[in-house]
Design a protein around this ligand. Structure first.
Ligand code: ZN
Length: 51
């Protein structure tokens, strides 16, 4: 799963455990999962089913 830093936009794929700070800018709590295109599509189609 690719993660992205909201501070510097650095993207990386952690091997194993996700660090709690960005390996690039060293800021804590900025990392979040970066959604793949397929995940976006799945989410949108789920919303459509509910409506
Ligand atoms: Zn960063």
């Amino acid at each position: 799963m690719t993660h992205i830093c909201s501070n510097c936009n650095y993207k990386f794929e952690p091997k194993g455990k996700v660090p709690n700070k960005c390996p690039y800018c060293d800021k804590e709590g900025t990392l979040s999962k970066s959604k793949s295109m397929q995940e976006w599509i799945d989410e949108v189609s789920d919303e459509m089913k509910e409506g």
